[in-house]
Design a protein around this ligand. Sequence first.
Ligand code: SF4
Length: 722
Amino acid sequence: MARDPKYDVLFEPVKIGPKVARNRFFAVPHCNQAGSDKPGVQAAFRGMKAEGGWSVVCTEYCSIGPESDDFPHTSARLWDDGDVINLRHMTDVVHSHDALAGVQLWFGGGFAQGLESGEPQRGPSEYPNENNPQNYSHACTVAEIKEILKLYAEAAKRAEQAGFDLIDLIASDSHLPVQFLSPHFNHRTDEYGGSFENRARFWLECLEALREATGGRLVIDSRIAIDELRGPDGIELEDGLRFVELAEREGLCDAWLVKVSTYNGWGNDSGPSRFFKSHNQGWATKPVKEIAKGPVVQVGRLTSPDDMVQVIEEGEADFIGGARPSIADPYLPKKIEEGRPGDIRECIGCNVCVSRFWIGSNLACTQNATAMEEYRRGWHPEIFTEAVSPCSVLVVGAGPAGMECARVLGLRGYDVHLREAEAEIGGCVRDIMRYPGLAEWGRVITYRESQLEKLKNVEVHTGVGAMSADDVLNYGAEKVVIATGASWREDGLSGVSLAAIPGADASKPQLSTPEQIMAGKEVGDRVVVLDADGYFTGIGMAELMADAGKQVTMIVPQAQASYYTVYTLEGDNVQHMLHEKKIAVMPFHWAEAIEAGNVTTVRAFNLYREGYRIEMPTPAGRSPRKASDEVTEVECDNVILVTARRSNRALLDALEARESEWRANGIEGVYPVGDCYAPRILQLAIFDGHRLAREFDEPDARTPKPFIRERPIWGQEAMPRL
Ligand code: SF4
């Protein structure tokens, strides 16, 4: 299909320093944990964005020397020729798709861990690291400042050798250049401290050093947090603009990648959809564009082509920047260009991708199961191998895993029947999208629903009720996928004790599961949410209840409510929300019993109530710590049990018990997928559905095929060969 002319403006070429980008789509720097050590994954992941139409594609933050070492987090590195070779692979792949390759040069100042190199970092002043206060920066001398500038210049030369077209100086996120600019960090009294001009000097000299090192052949741009969102204690909008003016006056910066906030306030920039709408940074880019001669890049989870056109036509920016939109759909530009914007797999703003940075594993995406699997499993987000022996497949359950499995099986040419007991597809997401702030998560359903509708070989049957083993055996399908999901437990069992809580029984009127709440089960005025899960469901229940005017107490075994949202960048604002909505939290507590009655009592105990000394040799039959029966009685009207989930495997068990009848009924295999195999987060359930469908032809499709691991092998060449 032809592209809609209203989107033509998005495909205009843009001059950027000495280069020209062929359109306005700019894949901004973001982490993926490949760094320079996994060149295959790195090149294929970034290259896919270039293939999908992003005209500029950047690395994550890239350390310029061992002193700027963020281990255990993974940055790219340009420390030596080995890094040059590995990143060269990425630039070659990006260039093969007619895109520009960018690298984001990084020196953390007091914000890197130094755990691998063991080196303290130099900063403008001595201060403890905000996140690791035992680490201090060293207040550098003027001579040391010049050494750091040399490190930048050497890294820039290596960047050019590696084939990069564009060098982005990261001066946002509390890293070194902004540490010099900000009086919050910079307490110097020499020519690098005091007045605004003095504090700006280091950043300007960095830009100059990068330009000189690359002789005007490469684009030199800077990422700037135009407003750190911490008021007069940090860089405010007028400070940010003043710096842009200075740099523009000296012609030092070819383009500006604008963002907001600080390293610790990252969640106010990569805003989760729970708290931030997309297209929320026009106010930050427009005044920069009014000053800058070169192009300006805007971010803010832009996935709607109409919003993108507005960004350009209203003079907010020149480039549509995308980190998460380019992860969820690397083919986003191409889909607009080909006149099929309805096929865009829109980011849901869950920030599971970011959570992987914090917990130290590969990036993964809820919406795009192929992200980071392009090289190691050979998965392409838009290309699917034809089924070797197409056959009829019954998929029981249209939740996240079932929908994804049916979609990919359909694309591969299988004859698929997707059957859902309820009136609509979506499974657990139908409830989740009604939790406060999570409406955008409904895109998990809408994307798949629209794609399934286009597949003539996939029939979706809804409202069919629960299928029995007899129903499945008599259905006539050659292969059966069981995707019946999981349910919240009614007995209070959790990871705290792996035992039911005495008195916990959600069939009683005083106790509920989240599903019962969403189905409308009545609750009284005082509600206790028992949340051992620690992610979005517990706070979803608590906020829902608070919004309904209830008095809410959360009892959680962890140090804080909803601990996992710290990793998804929702954590800070979740805590603000709990405080603002007067939701009380009892951390490090759990329930030893619940007494349901006219007044319901939760007998809550502190997880650390036993003594701190361990008796040795240990006594038989009792805890070796000093016993305690101390409890806090919490009175309420209702308890919501967000304790653990249980696989809905009754159908699977019944079918497996009748395996001897499969062949006679024409069934070649039965495959559990997603939460019905083991409960997990949405991203992993969708991944499982996708994985099974990709490998459905394999003799043992239940077992994932091995993937390529990039690691050195002692005394051997790297395997596999690049
Ligand atoms: Fe978007 Fe979530 Fe995917 Fe990240 S993980 S790109 S926030 S859908």
